[in-house]
Design a protein around this ligand. Structure first.
Ligand code: HEM
Length: 210
């Protein structure tokens, strides 16, 4: 039996315009963050390459979003990464983090400019200090979609992000993107701890209500 209501059109009347007050476990992500100590392992022709990276992330509160009765509060994000050696982009990523208070569902949508998109899902409680979200190739709900070339050369079978909120206000992540390269599994791993550099602005609807 599915857990969804018969009425798929009627939206909740109980929507708070203040996204920042309703982000549950995502509250601590809002704002801008930076770190120069990221660690990446990526696939290269002559074996795994290990690189240190510099990361900037901005999470901006968006207005509450309804799919009929399903209500999300969320953040739009942009990750930009370069390396100490080069100013050029090493990794770039955009998407949304979403929280459904009614069910504890946490979602991350992500798009990266090597023409790849994914949506990872997990569940959490509002005060959790650890989030684990996963996406799997071939799933139609929380899946991964790549170009034909990536499917051929760097097939991406799964993605997992583990976020830990640290007692000092920083947060850390471990990303595991499992690739198949020349028929062998490759663990493309990224790890970083981000420190806040700016507070978030309220979402547009909240600013109108002020
Ligand atoms: C902090 C996050 C990340 C960094 C710094 C990073 C960095 C890199 C680098 C430097 C390469 C090798 C590029 C090349 O030689 O052409 C690479 C390859 C790749 N990455 Fe990432 N990556 C990150 C996250 C991700 C995520 C989240 C995904 C997908 C869900 C992903 C998918 C891939 C794929 C499929 C390749 C192989 C394609 C290729 O090498 O041409 N990466 N990544």
């Amino acid at each position: 039996m599915n857990p969804f209501p018969e009425d798929i059109f009627t939206e909740s009347a109980d929507v708070d315009p203040d996204t920042l007050a309703n982000l549950g476990p995502l509250t601590r992500l809002a704002g801008s963050w930076r770190s120069a100590n990221g660690a990446d392992v990526n696939p290269k022709a002559d074996g795994p390459e290990h690189r240190q990276y510099i990361e900037t992330i901005r999470f901006e509160p968006i207005d509450p979003q309804a799919n009929g009765p399903q209500l999300f509060y969320g953040l739009r994000y942009h990750v930009h990464i370069n390396t100490p050696e080069e100013e050029i982009t090493f990794h770039d990523q955009v998407g949304y983090w979403l929280w459904e208070p009614a069910t504890g569902l946490v979602l991350q949508t992500l798009a990266i400019p090597r023409a790849q998109v994914a949506m990872a899902a997990g569940h959490a409680k509002p005060d959790d200090t650890k989030l684990v979200l996963t996406a799997k190739r071939g799933e139609t709900e929380y899946g991964i979609c790549s170009t034909a070339f990536l499917e051929h050369a760097f097939r991406t079978d799964s993605y997992q992000i583990e976020v830990t909120f640290n007692p000092d206000g920083s947060w850390s992540y471990v990303l595991d993107t499992m690739l198949m390269v020349h028929g062998k599994p490759f663990q493309h791993r990224d790890v970083n701890t981000l420190v806040k550099v700016a507070e978030p602005k309220p979402n547009p609807l909240m600013l109108l209500n002020k």
